[in-house]
Design a protein around this ligand. Structure first.
Ligand SMILES: Nc1nc2c(ncn2[C@@H]2O[C@H](COP(=O)(O)OP(=O)(O)OP(=O)(O)O)[C@@H](O)[C@H]2O)c(=O)[nH]1
Ligand SMILES: [Mg+2]
Ligand SMILES: [Zn+2]
Length: 369
């Protein structure tokens, strides 16, 4: 027998509160598929070591994970944004996710490392990701391309937020520049000095929506959270003048319930954007190159020096910038490496599985004797 949400240990009026936190039919179906016999539905608003701060829309309280979750893979362990079932301050299960925002572990960029196979889940169940980039020394189109690829890889929709518009001579020109590499992505200019961009961003913060902010330290994420909230709820601190980088002021992730009705996740600044799986993100992030590539003479053209390469032609004509093609190639190499490595580790898993089976068979034979 599957239990309906109201037959669970959920007070009937809670339904409304859960929807305020983003509960919807998707999770309802996920919950039904778990066939729970007990538990209260709650959302993880923050994770502190091995403790979860969960909310049912009315109250927040701390929970510890059930033993089985501690031993589950990283994928099964609750993260910020997860919907969970709790029982007497213990998280007993994770309700199937809509999506996750994940990246390769820090220190895993490039080709050297092992850490990269393990992804790090930043958050679950998002509607939109604000890619936050300051119009100071933080501004970098190539980095934006990486963020876009990451967000698309996770099947999420990005909004590019260019903060500190007051520090730039021609912020509109910067916006246009971003538009040439981010097709169909809303690009919003903001500034804490005059509150510009606020209304445009508020459109994404409607009832029950969940938005995560990504960007380097000092990009102005927490400042933006404060501007949108209308009060100083997050600590901020000045960028170092010597290196032009932030000071990693925000250290925990927390879902903030916004007056607009949505939930905003302020994240610690990201030092480097590493990939841990090769999704289809590049197709979207480099839609212009992907489109030209359809017209290359060879189907497997690598756009290096092949004859009849439409991408190189587009670079010659100035339609696609050389830097962008370089950026594309670099990322392509990274993705190829990441996918080769994940195949390799899949092979290893398979081998180990067979080893286990062989051992088990031996053991059974021995027992029979
Ligand atoms: N002039 C100007 N400064 C800004 C603006 N937005 C943020 N800043 C400044 O940039 C610095 C860093 O801002 P934070 O909001 O702390 O940056 P963050 O992205 O949260 O950084 P981490 O928490 O370290 O990841 C602060 O000194 C802010 O005052 C803006 O629109 N204009
Ligand atoms: Mg911050
Ligand atoms: Zn080509």
């Amino acid at each position: 027998m599957t239990k309906h949400i109201n037959e669970l240990n959920v007070p009937p009026n809670n339904r409304e509160s859960l929807c305020q936190l983003g509960w919807d039919r998707h999770f309802e179906c996920g919950l039904t598929s778990m066939r729970p016999t007990r538990g209260t539905i709650a959302r993880v608003v923050s994770v502190r070591r091995n403790l979860f701060l969960v909310s049912d829309g009315q109250d927040e309280h701390l929970c510890s994970p059930a033993g089985k979750l501690l031993h589950s893979s990283t994928r099964g362990y609750p993260v910020t944004g997860d919907w969970v079932l709790t029982d007497e301050s213990v998280v007993i299960g994770v309700i199937p996710r809509k999506n996750i925002l994940s990246r390769g572990e820090a220190g895993s960029r490039g080709t050297r490392q092992e850490a990269a196979t393990r992804g790090q889940i930043i958050a679950a169940n998002l509607d939109t990701v604000f890619i936050v980039c300051g119009l100071d020394r933080d501004f970098n189109l190539r980095r934006l391309e990486r963020y876009l690829t990451l967000v698309y890889n996770c099947g999420l929709s990005p909004v590019a937020v260019l903060t500190k518009a007051d520090l730039h001579d021609d912020p509109e020109a910067a916006r246009r520049e971003v538009e040439t590499i981010a097709f169909g992505v809303p690009v919003v200019l903001t500034s804490m000095t005059d509150g510009r961009g606020r209304e445009e961003l508020e459109e994404h913060l409607g009832f029950g929506r969940t938005i995560a902010m990504l960007g380097s330290s000092g990009a102005g994420k927490s400042t933006l959270a404060n501007m949108l909230y209308g009060d100083d709820i997050q600590a901020t601190s000045a960028v170092s003048t010597a290196v032009g980088k932030g000071r990693h002021t925000t250290t925990t992730r927390e879902l903030i319930r916004m007056p607009q009705g949505g939930l905003l996740l302020d994240n610690p600044g990201i030092r480097e954007i590493a990939f841990h799986e090769a999704g289809s993100g590049m197709e979207n992030a480099f839609a212009d190159i992907a489109e030209q590539a359809l017209m290359c003479r060879f189907g497997d053209c690598s756009h290096q020096n092949e004859p009849g390469c439409a991408v190189l032609r587009a670079v010659e004509s100035g339609e696609i910038s050389r830097e962008r093609l370089e950026s594309y190639r670099r990322m392509r190499r990274e993705m190829d490496y990441v996918s080769a490595r994940s195949h390799k580790s899949a092979d290893r898993v398979e081998k180990e599985r067979w080893k286990d089976i062989a051992m088990l068979q031996k053991e059974m034979k021995r027992r029979k004797r």
